[in-house]
Write a protein of this length. Structure first.
Lengths: 364, 407
């Protein structure tokens, strides 16, 4: 296991995809909290507006729990500024709402970054066969909108670009073009040479891999110097101490500056209320990770915080049939990712932009 | 005194002929339409617009950028009036300030239209929210725009107040505020340019020419609109605006338009000579990319409008002919609206940073919302100009309220 460390994480790994219940966790704050009205009133020190609203919502005891809870949600603080109690309240509020909305017990994890962990990701560009199982596993795990009726209802965080493999035919190599007047250039000048960033995202072959294509999966690079974080006017997106760049969906104002700033096109906008069928909803969520989002906010890959904070692999790593995807702790010299960085030919995408991704591409 | 100012002012601006009511009524219809589509957009989401995750800034953002320029353009009146003591301009400075106020209000409405969660705007307010300053360029933009609104409000209404009460302008603090507002006008458009030119992810915008290009296009489009307003005022009210003011404005339009064309040309040469992948956005705009050509007619129509207007405007004969001038102003305004609006914003997203080419066209909701905001802007502008003219003419005066009402 790459990031180690919660003792109970091991067994959970195999069972989770089948089991809709939050795996046991060593972290007490992680247990599913069943808040009663008395607990709320006892919690004390509820000074923030959010806690007052939350209390009010619970005290009304209206049948319409959904609406009341939503109202309190409107006034909560930015996640990073919440006290431990406020986090617990926000968590309880969301769990109530989600459980009612999706008709099952939903847990919202608020586990913090573990000390001594810096997550890193490596992808073997040679091995990828373009099957896009990672894309689908990601959508299922992370509760993305998956509607089919309107184009904006479908959101995928991972893009697998299909790129034409350049053909350098011997006989064409020296054909001048354009002939006659103009600048003489060789025939190979107009042949794509493999990896240029002008790929096709919508490809539908019968079988992968195709003979004339190479594949380039892209998702959030979790930059060390993320341009998206710098431009955010309300600091709703930020880098967590263990690496991933996350978003507080309840604080995002939907201005989309971050989307304009991202050189990897990693961010997506919920242009409408997300389409997430009850039966397909993954009830094991993290506050900064895969909890259901709302209309008008931005979302993106967060390296499956709900899994990786408990020592599990992200869904895309787990599902990859060819083992092209590697994930681990960069601070641990013995982790798979650290070893790849030491021994393989590694590059970062668009390194010239000084974003310093923690997502590395490599080849054997 | 203040209450009498407010009642006199309101009474005056609400009174008008059939033409006035017809104009305001038409605008109101569009405003009502706007409210309806805004409701749609905030219940169903931005899916009712043409925007997607690939092209996530569209018509709203384009109009926002353009209108910041119109607001900044008001400085073309204030600057000659207070720095060069141009007499014709001095008489009408306050009208320029009113235009700036209306334009900034429209900008703010477009901000609301653009946002995915307008209900959370309070997250940006310091103390109760978080204001990412000085890192976020959008934070700077909010700061300078609000500042500009306040400055123009103070300058404009203080001057009107003094005229109303028949007192004297206190130049000790008034002039410094005016000078600050002149510099501030440049800042609003510079920062708006930085908003998009500081994103290396979007090579089409990522160059240092952007602020100056924004400013010269603003100083062409802004005064063009002002000239149109002035000619309408001359025709429909008793207020006379000197030829000298209009002639100076049309000269400013001409030369700023010339520089704008020069800068566009420079960009085209620099980008297309080497024709790297970073020029794909511009290439899409001019000729289309991978068979997608939606914006090509837009671009070339803007070129025709801008170059055509310029060729006429450089001859004083046409510039000083007040029958031809409004047409030239309208074409200049339209040309810049296209070039700096959709023509600048949309190709920044085409291709996307990972090389995808998609297209965008505004939906009906976007058009109606945009029209409605413009209608609202003109609604406010009409009121502001009417009130200002009334005071300048002496029709609204302290103690003279009864006379006005009796008319």
């Amino acid at each position: 296991m790459a990031i180690s460390e919660t003792p109970s994480a091991g067994p959970a790994k195999e069972t989770l995809s089948a089991c809709p219940v939050q795996p046991a966790s060593a972290d007490p704050s992680n247990a599913v909290v069943k808040t009663t009205r008395r607990d709320f009133l006892k919690a004390g020190g509820m000074l923030s507006m959010s806690s007052l609203m939350g209390t009010a919502a619970l005290m009304t005891q209206s049948d319409d729990a959904h609406a009341a809870v939503e109202w309190a949600e409107h006034f909560q603080k930015n996640y990073r500024l919440m006290t431990a109690e406020e986090k617990a309240e926000a968590k309880a509020r969301l769990e109530r709402r989600y459980s009612a909305e999706y008709g099952k017990q939903v847990s919202v994890d608020t586990t913090d970054a573990q000390p001594g962990v810096l997550m890193g990701y490596a992808l073997n560009i040679r091995k990828c066969i373009g099957c896009r199982r990672c894309v689908h596993a990601c959508v299922a795990e992370n509760n993305q909108s998956r509607g089919k009726e309107r184009a904006g209802e479908k959101i995928e965080w991972i893009q697998v670009l299909r790129m034409e493999r350049g053909k350098f035919e011997q006989e064409k190599m020296n054909h001048g073009y354009p002939e006659g007047l103009g600048i003489q250039v060789g025939g190979n000048a107009y042949t794509p040479a493999g990896l240029v960033l002008e790929g096709q995202y919508h490809y539908n072959p019968e079988k992968v891999p195709e003979a004339d294509a190479t594949y380039m999966p892209i998702a959030c690079m979790q930059c060390e110097k993320p341009p998206c974080v710098k431009v955010c006017p309300v600091r709703t997106t930020y880098r967590e101490p263990d690496g991933p760049v996350v978003i507080d969906y309840n604080w995002c104002i939907g201005c989309r500056m971050c989307m304009g700033a991202c050189p990897y096109w990693a961010r997506r906008l919920n242009v409408t209320n997300p389409v997430l069928p009850k039966e397909e909803m993954n009830p094991v969520t993290h506050y900064l990770g895969n909890r259901p989002r709302m209309r008008g906010v931005v979302e993106k890959c967060h390296w499956c915080l709900q899994r990786t904070r408990h020592g599990r692999y992200p869904a895309c790593v787990e599902v990859c049939p060819v083992g092209a995807r590697k994930f681990g702790n960069l601070l641990d010299p013995e982790s798979e990712v650290s070893k790849i960085l030491q021994r393989k030919n590694v590059f970062r995408l668009k390194a010239e932009l000084n974003t310093f991704p923690k997502f590395f591409y490599f080849y054997d | 005194m203040l209450t009498s100012f407010l009642t006199d002012y309101t009474r005056y601006v609400l009174k008008g002929g059939t033409k006035f009511y017809a104009w305001m009524g038409t605008l109101s219809v569009f405003i009502l339409g706007m409210l309806y589509v805004y409701y749609l957009q905030n219940t169903d989401g931005l899916i009712v617009t043409g925007m997607t995750s690939q092209i996530h800034d569209g018509l709203y953002f384009a109009n926002l950028v353009f209108l910041v320029g119109v607001a900044a353009g008001a400085v073309t009146i204030v600057f000659p009036a207070y720095i060069y003591h141009h007499e014709g301009m001095h008489k009408v400075t306050v009208l320029g300030e009113m235009l700036a106020i209306a334009a900034v209000i429209m900008v703010m409405m477009f901000v609301f239209a653009h946002m995915g969660r307008p209900d959370r705007l309070w997250h940006m307010i310091p103390i109760i929210g978080i204001y990412n300053f000085p890192h976020s360029m959008l934070g700077w933009d909010v700061l300078v725009l609000n500042g500009y609104l306040i400055l123009n409000f103070i300058c404009g209404f203080y001057y009107l107040w003094v005229k109303y009460t028949g007192g004297k302008v206190n130049n000790k603090w008034f002039l410094p505020v005016v000078y600050v507002s002149i510099v501030w006008a440049f800042s609003i458009h510079t920062v708006t340019a930085f908003l998009i030119s500081t994103l290396p992810a979007r090579p089409m915008w990522f160059h240092s020419m952007m602020p100056i290009r924004f400013i010269v296009t603003a100083f062409a489009a802004g005064p063009a609109l002002i000239i149109l307003a002035f000619l309408i005022i001359r025709k429909n009210t008793k207020f006379w605006i000197d030829d000298s003011a209009i002639n100076l404005l049309s000269t400013i339009v001409t030369f700023c338009l010339g520089i704008a064309i020069f800068l566009t040309m420079s960009e085209i040469v620099v980008e297309l000579y080497a024709r790297t992948e970073h020029a794909n956005g511009l290439y899409y705009l001019m000729f289309g990319l991978h068979g997608l050509t939606k914006l090509v007619p837009w671009f070339w129509s803007s070129v025709v409008l801008m170059v055509g207007s310029f060729l006429f405007l450089i001859f004083p004969k046409f510039r000083k002919d007040y029958k031809v001038l409004p047409i030239l102003c309208a074409t200049t305004f339209a040309g810049i609206w296209i070039e700096k609006g959709m023509g600048l914003v949309v190709p920044g997203f085409i291709p996307s940073p990972i090389g995808e080419v998609t297209e965008y066209y505004p939906s009906f909701v976007e058009w109606l919302l945009t029209l409605g905001i413009w209608a609202f802007g003109f609604f406010i502008l009409t009121i502001l100009l009417k009130g200002a003219i009334g005071i300048l003419l002496g029709e609204i005066k302290y103690g003279g309220a009864k006379a006005v009402a009796a008319k």
